[in-house]
Design a protein around this ligand. Sequence first.
Ligand SMILES: O=C(O)CCC(=O)C(=O)O
Length: 253
Amino acid sequence: MSALTPEQIEFFFQNGYISIGKLLEDEHIEILRREYDREFAAARKNNRFRNLAISNTDDLSEKNDAPTQMLQIMQMCERNLHYRELIYYDPILDIAEALIGPNIQLFHDQALFKPAHNGDAVFWHQDNGYWQCMPANLVSCWLTLDDADVENGAMHVIPGSHLRPFTHERSSQTDALFDIEDQVEISKAKIVELPAGGVMFHHCQTLHHTPPNHTDRQRRAFAIHFMIPGTKRHNTGEYMPVSFGRPMLRMHI
Ligand SMILES: O=C(O)CCC(=O)C(=O)O
């Protein structure tokens, strides 16, 4: 039986996102919080994280020390067994299966941390503006370890924006993509507030952004990006298959 109702699946394909609400048990959330904090503490010592903060400098070498912080660890599943287990968590994969079918491969995962007080925004973008994948049918599970609301950095989406790609210009200095807010009909934005342990899914072309966190509450989030095997990625002028080395999460062949 599908993890989503036909109405939920239709909502996703019409709007490009769906909010599921709380999916993780409290004990599981506690373990993931502990491990998240441990990994960020270790990453800070070794400088094995990135600060995506956008508002201060275009120079990547200065970003990790920036006064505003939007911290990212890529591939938590390669650093931590609890996050390795999470990418195989059946209730999440069941939803992914309802959206992209029974063969599911990991594209990548990432921890996205907005510390209290100085957590920076993630500006408006489509994930596939960065990824350049084909077919453009990847889906992401965005999971929060803290209550996420409009004040501390909840997800904002533009319903229906997944139906076409938008042009993303790239910085020649840092390779980062520029904000495309000028192309976004912000009045159409929906805010997806979630409790700790809550998840939402979005399509890889859904325009989304998260605002800064000026509260005294941190906002710890984790995203898992799922693809179908055989997905290709634009690379130096042509589409090349994404590596078969990425973990196969479900296979029904
Ligand atoms: O966690 C955030 O603040 C942004 C997440 C995001 O942009 C994504 O999951 O694609």
